[in-house]
Design a protein around this ligand. Structure first.
Ligand code: FE2
Ligand code: FE2
Length: 311
């Protein structure tokens, strides 16, 4: 369950450093981001029905019947939830035919957070060009991360990485929405997963991961989601620690890379997939050397379905 401390109350730099001593660069990044946060926060309000749902499910005495009523009061949200409940990501032997059924299958808390992610994704429905690519990449990464965690028997991680995957690059979408043409050019140059954030740091003083983490915290999405998003390009800030957060970050980073590989016109050489298993994220996540080769077609299917679900 994504509950716990509200990250919006923590100083900006702590969110992604998680208690580690910040370097001068980290402090400068925090100052630069803090100076511009208002600009990004003002971009979009969050839908009231989803906010109410998340708040209601945060209560210890919430009732599933009331959750059903809240979801059904928004037919567009109910329809999207049914599509997700019947997707590969929540596969089951029988079709899911009602919202009550979907609540049982997905779990009330996951469903509220998923509603939040779906609402966030609809903010970006009108995107074209590079924005559309980021949105599709987010949906693909989410499905891949969930599929990987699920196949590796990590159910707690799998329930977190779907949402983290959907929202991990939301900072990029927000920056695109400010209408900054130079930023769109910066992104369109290269989509490989580990380059844009370095150029953002040079140009803006902070990166999309930090921005995304802080915006999610301001939208009251509970920990550890903002931290996972904030750290997805700084795995060193949590590596070496045990727990769900470092594992979720490693899984998300693997999915980020796999989504990029699946977007290429040709399938990767098997040696590339073996090398991913030998990378720090692959080793940390315990990915076997042949796991990706064995799962490749299933990963491709899960990715394709998620991309169509969130369009
Ligand atoms: Fe990213
Ligand atoms: Fe990404």
């Amino acid at each position: 369950m994504l509950t716990g401390e509200r990250s919006q109350d923590r100083p900006l730099e702590e969110l992604w450093l998680d208690g580690a001593t910040p370097s001068d660069g980290d402090r400068a990044a925090a100052r630069s981001l803090a100076a511009r946060m208002g600009e990004f926060e003002g971009l979009r309000p969050f839908p009231a029905v989803v906010q109410e749902l998340v708040q209601y499910i945060g209560r210890p005495d919430f009732r599933v019947e009331k959750v059903r009523q809240m979801i059904e009061a928004d037919p567009a949200l109910a329809a999207r939830i049914m599509r997700v409940a019947n997707s590969v990501a929540f596969r089951a032997y029988e079709a899911c035919t009602s919202v009550s059924n979907a609540i049982v299958r997905i779990g009330a808390t996951n469903l509220a957070h998923l509603s939040m992610a779906m609402a966030a994704m609809t903010f970006f429905k009108d995107l074209d060009g590079v924005g559309m690519k980021v949105r599709d990449h987010s949906a693909g990464t989410a499905a891949l991360a969930r599929e990987l965690a699920f196949r590796m028997g990590r159910s707690v991680v799998s329930s977190k990485v779907l949402l983290a995957g959907l929202l991990h690059d939301i900072g990029k979408l927000l920056m695109i929405q400010t209408g900054d043409r130079d930023y769109a050019v910066l992104l369109s140059r290269d989509h490989s997963p580990n380059t844009a954030h370095k150029r953002e740091m040079q140009r803006l003083g902070f990166d999309h991961a930090m921005l995304g983490g802080h915006i999610l915290a301001r939208w009251n999405l509970p920990e550890p989601l903002p931290q996972i998003v904030a750290c997805h390009h700084q795995p060193q800030s949590t590596q070496g620690k045990a727990g769900v957060v470092p594992m979720a970050i490693a899984t998300l980073r693997l999915a980020d890379t796999i989504d990029w590989l699946l977007a290429q016109p040709q399938d990767p050489d098997p040696i590339v997939l073996k090398n991913i298993a030998l990378s720090p994220d692959g080793v940390y996540a315990g990915l076997g050397q042949d796991t990706l080769i064995d799962l490749w077609e299933d990963l491709r299917t899960a990715r394709a379905e998620a991309r169509s679900l969130f369009r």
